[in-house]
Design a protein around this ligand. Sequence first.
Ligand SMILES: [Zn+2]
Length: 117
Amino acid sequence: MSPRPIRTCADASSHGFYLEVTCNGCRRIAIFEPGGFAVTRWFKLPIDALGARMLCQPPKGCGHRGATIRFISYPPTPPAKAMPKPIETRTPKGIDPEAWANASDHERKRLVRRARG
Ligand SMILES: [Zn+2]
C-alpha cells in the first residue's frame, strides 16, 4: 500500500529522509545525508542504481561494490558526510584549472573572456 514516491537522493533530501546503506558484502551499515550527493550525478539516480555503484570503502569497509539502500527518517547514529566524487567540470583551454574550480558562474564568464583576450 501507498508506496512513497521517493526514488532518488534528491527526493529523499527534499523529504528530510536519510539513506541507510547496507553493504551487500559484509552487511556494514552507513547512514548518509542525501544532500551530500547533490554535487554528483548520483543525486538523481534511482536508489537501486545508486546502491549498485556504492563501494564499501576500505580500510573500514570490505571493498565490495554493491549495497542496499533504504530511506529512514530517524538515523540511529549521526549520519556521515557523503564523500562522493564531485561532477568534474571541464576547464576550458587557457584557464587555470584551480581558478576555474573555485570560481562562481559569474567569475567563470570573466575568466573565459580574459582567456580569449
Ligand atoms: Zn562491506
